[in-house]
Design a protein around this ligand. Structure first.
Ligand SMILES: NC(=O)c1ccc[n+]([C@@H]2O[C@H](COP(=O)([O-])OP(=O)(O)OC[C@H]3O[C@@H](n4cnc5c(N)ncnc54)[C@H](OP(=O)(O)O)[C@@H]3O)[C@@H](O)[C@H]2O)c1
Length: 324
């Protein structure tokens, strides 16, 4: 290849990259500019019952902030969590802030996924005109999170997968008939940009990937069935003001209340999967057109601080023993 054709090839590659970047930026901006359609789901039942939304993991962080924003928008909220005292405090705080709204508690450990748990939830909510479900509960469970998978106990892995994937799936299955009956209805889930396959949080990352695929399947299923249900899965970057992170907010790390406003503004955006906060969207744009080796490097680099755990994992000890 001559030097001339090599440099014109490079120029074309640059133009192509710039075009892809511009298209992604326009898509991100246009999604952000669409007005929210949240009010579509704020309707009373034919017998005059007011609208309710169930928010899972509402005793802290993003779930609490979303509950507050939903109440400010006119919804009554079922606050789900596992800790009654914490939930009672949130209920009292939200009741004071929104005296015209009602709040109800739903207590269930989301690492427990036996059929009777979901039968009980359906029974507890059967008198409500539920027009929304926000599957927000999730996280790292009670054990190790930042480690290679061999470092996890079976219980640890089961908890993470149940919390982030199985519990939300079974809850959707349980409440879908209610949402169909009360439609138009909203079905939201809180995922993570770690669904891209991030090391050292593999069970969590994979569970969030599962949740994203579930939303994409459900969005198509709902369309095929002709149901008026909006499926909206949120890909979330770092958010502060949550139980495990009280750091100062930044451009790429909003506080939970700021993030919750961005989430509700995205309702009706027309896509089943969205990165609701602009700073998180900006962070992920380069990944869309990067070669996979560069993407690997970037993801591994972003987890560099956690690398120290490698030395203490069973697989690492095994490798060390082999090389001695
Ligand atoms: N914050 C971030 O940077 C970030 C980034 C990406 C994705 N996300 C996702 O956003 C969602 C909310 O996270 P967050 O940051 O707001 O976390 P958080 O402040 O720890 O809140 C998590 C909520 O889930 C509840 N919960 C946890 N384990 C539970 C269990 N076994 N049974 C019932 N409830 C349980 C917590 O209850 P307790 O109050 O009793 O603990 C709390 O209400 C999660 O799905 C998380 O994966 C967060």
């Amino acid at each position: 290849m001559s030097a001339l054709s090599f440099s014109s090839g490079l120029a074309w590659l640059g133009v192509l990259t710039a075009v892809v970047f511009a298209i992604q930026a326009i898509q991100t901006v246009s999604i952000s500019l669409r007005p929210s359609k949240l009010r579509r789901y704020l309707h009373t039942s034919p017998d005059g019952r007011p609208p309710w939304v169930l928010v899972t993991g509402a005793s802290d962080g993003i779930g609490k902030a979303l509950s507050n924003e939903l109440a400010a928008s006119g919804f009554n909220v079922v606050l789900h969590g596992r800790n009654r005292t914490k939930l009672l405090n949130v209920q009292s705080e939200l009741s004071q802030a929104h005296p015209a709204r009602s709040f109800r508690l739903l207590i269930a450990d989301a690492t427990q996924c036996q059929p009777e748990v979901f039968k009980d939830i359906a029974d507890q909510l059967s008198d409500l005109h539920l027009t929304g479900l926000v599957n927000n509960v999730g996280g790292g469970g009670s054990g190790t999170l930042f480690a290679t998978l061999d470092h996890y106990t079976a219980q640890n892995t089961t908890e993470i997968v149940n919390l982030n994937a199985l519990f939300p799936t079974l809850l959707v299955g349980t409440l879908l008939p209610t949402l169909v009956q009360n439609s138009p209805a909203l079905l939201m889930s809180t995922g993570s940009i770690t669904d891209a396959g991030v090391p050292l949080v593999s069970a969590y990352s994979a569970s969030k990937g599962y949740l994203k695929t579930l939303a994409e399947s459900l969005a198509r299923e709902v369309k095929m069935a002709g149901w008026d249900i909006e499926v909206l899965h949120l890909r979330v970057g770092m958010v502060t003001g949550v139980a495990g992170n009280k750091r100062k907010p930044s451009m790429f790390m909003p506080r939970a209340p700021v993030f919750a406003k961005a989430v509700l503004a995205r309702v009706g955006c027309g896509s089943p999967v969205v990165i609701p906060y602009w700073g998180h969207a900006l962070q992920t744009v380069p990944l869309g057109f990067m070669p996979s080796w560069l993407e690997d490097m970037l993801i591994e680099y972003s987890m560099r601080d956690i690398n120290s755990v490698f030395s203490s994992t069973p697989a690492a000890s095994h490798e060390a023993a082999k090389t001695k």
